[in-house]
Design a protein. Structure first.
Length: 601
């Protein structure tokens, strides 16, 4: 297919209100000619987000700086351009009168003389000489009398000084700031991802309204989809998929009551139509996030054991209800069915992260990244996993990239604040970032947790106790928050409360590593303030944990507690074991530019 034919197809798709198809065609054209401003201008009309529209229009100006359509579009989008910046085209205007032959009256007297071009020149010349003569008389012919103030000139002593050496100073032009927009992630793709087909798409060739409605569904134009699906349902009330898609239109527009009614009609027509149960579950969850919809998901899978979307949504449901193992059970042994879907790996990575199985979580997250580099959830997930294994320098670029596109997400600022704390930034810097998170969501426990930890490090125990108390109330089942609240109480010398809180944290531990942290701090506190029996008990608990669960220096501290060095003993040199850094896996998929350390928050 020639380029002109492809371009014509793109225009036809836009005329037919098919933005998805137009976007795909224009993206293909830009692969072969990235500097064509016309392609970028058309693409700006079919991309979805404001940021993408701005990016496309700015790219038009890169190749055609005077494109008024692009400038007007940027102004409408509020991207910082003003029409006053556009220099208008100057039109040369001639001042003349067109005289129509035959209608001119004969001029007489002075008018006849003035009509002659030669006489006009002589008159102007004579007038100029007269004016000039009067000026000379005014200046020199009035006795040079001075009516102004007399100026007294005082002579100055003059000392000759060498002239300054002239040096050529290079002219540095400061670039004017222009609105900048990050390139959309999909522009990094060599080939766009193939969209997944809908679960059911019976052609119904005789029902034009249904076919148009399905096209609008593909284009995410749900209002128009609703109009045509209502028409199709009136004309064909016995078709189950028509009622199902009518419900989908209502659900996607936020009218859940009407959506549920349409789903019930579909179930009445065919109780074994699997997707309607999944759709009903989704609508109920949006109305009530605590709704028990497990039955709808499992029933859909009983009706269709190969229903990919049902598996993924059920796993997501369990993750939302803090049941990561149930989510893993749903996805277990499903790689043959779901292995080509990046979300399959993403959900497993999220579940494994909850279980603190960081190595496995990282492997699945990288698979998700390789499967879809445009999914921003993967970026923040990779950042979280790398942070958990203390690889902050590796994880931070993923977090920064996420922040470029989601800079209003409180979790982004919370994780950024955590990275500041872990890398020993001062309290003010950490608190400033975490305050941004809390301004966006004042119930974000992780933000209170790390602001509290930063306060402990800064010696502000009271602030630490307040922040970690709020964090614990928001997430009472969090091991790390419970443990850190105990440490905050300890920093304020509320020792009995601190000991009780640290011991209570052992009940929330999700791994031997968590237990090791709790045992260590309880043992240390008991060693300092008693009782002795508790110190002995918890140091022994620490030593009984499996190998690898406790840092070497903590184990050494426990051994020294039971076998303190004597004063007369001669120290012997012992080899100090060093922790071998865990090798990290680097994604090998198509690399995209990640944000750097110097990116603005």
């Amino acid at each position: 297919m020639t380029e002109s034919k492809t371009f014509h197809d793109a225009i036809e798709a836009i005329k037919n209100e098919e933005p998805g198809r137009a976007r795909e065609i224009l993206t293909r054209l830009l692969r072969s000619d990235k500097e064509n401003p016309e392609y970028w201008l058309l693409l700006s009309s079919v991309v979805e987000s404001r940021k993408e529209k701005i990016y496309c229009l700015q790219t038009v100006l890169k190749f055609d700086a005077t494109n008024h359509t692009a400038l007007r579009g940027l102004r409408i989008l509020g991207a910082g351009y003003d029409f006053e910046e556009i220099e208008p085209i100057h039109v040369m205007r001639r001042i003349w009168d067109v005289e129509i032959a035959g209608n001119e009256e004969e001029k007489k007297g002075f008018a006849r003389i003035w009509a002659n071009r030669l006489w006009r020149i002589l008159i102007f010349a004579s007038a100029s000489v007269g004016v000039f003569t009067l000026l000379l008389i005014g200046i020199f012919g009035m006795g040079r009398k001075n009516y102004g103030h007399q100026l007294t000139v005082t002579p100055l002593a003059w000392t000759e000084t060498p002239s300054p050496t002239v040096t050529n100073t290079p002219l540095v032009r400061t670039p004017t700031s222009t609105p900048s927009v990050v390139e959309p992630l999909w522009m990094q793709l060599e080939v766009t991802y193939t969209p997944r087909p809908v679960y059911v798409n019976t052609p119904h060739p005789g029902i034009e309204a249904y076919r148009i409605g399905m096209r609008r569904y593909a284009d995410e134009d749900y209002e128009t989809m609703l109009v045509y699906m209502e028409q199709a349902a009136r004309l064909n009330p016995s078709l189950v998929d028509v009622h199902y898609y009518l419900g989908e239109a209502y659900r996607l527009m936020g009218d859940y009551e009407q959506a549920l009614a349409a789903y019930e009609n579909a179930i009445d027509l065919d109780s074994e139509f699997a997707p309607v149960y999944v759709a009903r579950a989704l609508a109920q969850l949006i109305e009530d996030e605590d709704a028990n919809v497990e039955g709808d998901f499992t029933h859909a899978l009983e009706l269709d054991p190969n229903f990919e979307t049902a598996y993924l949504l059920l796993a997501d449901y369990w993750l939302e209800h803090d049941e990561p193992q149930f989510a893993l059970d749903v996805l277990a042994n499903r790689e043959e069915l779901l292995g080509e879907n990046p979300r399959y790996y993403l959900l497993q990575a999220q579940a494994l992260l909850e279980q603190k199985q960081f190595e496995s979580a990282l492997a699945h997250a990288i698979n998700a990244y390789q499967g879809d580099i445009t999914n921003l959830q993967v970026y923040i997930l990779l950042a979280q996993i790398y942070f958990e294994i203390d690889e902050f320098e590796v994880g931070l670029p993923y977090l920064k990239t996420y922040g470029l596109y989601q800079n209003d997400d409180p979790m982004y600022f919370a994780l950024l604040g955590r990275s500041y704390y872990e890398r020993d930034y001062d309290y003010e810097s950490v608190a400033a970032v975490l305050d941004k998170a809390l301004n966006l969501d004042d119930e974000l426990a992780i933000a209170y947790e790390y602001r509290g930890l930063a306060a402990i490090a800064a010696g502000n125990g009271k602030q630490a106790v307040n922040d970690l108390y709020r964090a614990r109330n928001l997430e009472p089942r969090s091991f790390s928050i419970s443990l850190n609240f105990g440490l905050a109480l300890w920093s304020e010398e509320r020792l009995e409360e601190a000991s009780a809180q640290l011991r209570a944290s052992t009940e929330l531990a999700k791994s031997d590593i968590d237990l090791g942290k709790a045992y260590y701090h309880v043992a240390r506190l008991a060693t300092e303030v008693g009782p002795l029996s508790r110190a002995i008990q918890y140091w022994n608990y620490l030593l009984d944990l499996p190998e690898g669960a406790v840092p070497e220096e903590w184990l050494l501290e426990a051994h020294l507690y039971f076998n303190p060095p004597t004063v007369t003993s001669t120290p012997t040199k012992t080899s100090t074991s060093t922790l071998t850094p865990t090798s990290t896996v680097t994604p090998t998929a198509t690399e995209i530019p990640l944000a750097t350390e110097n990116s603005e928050e």
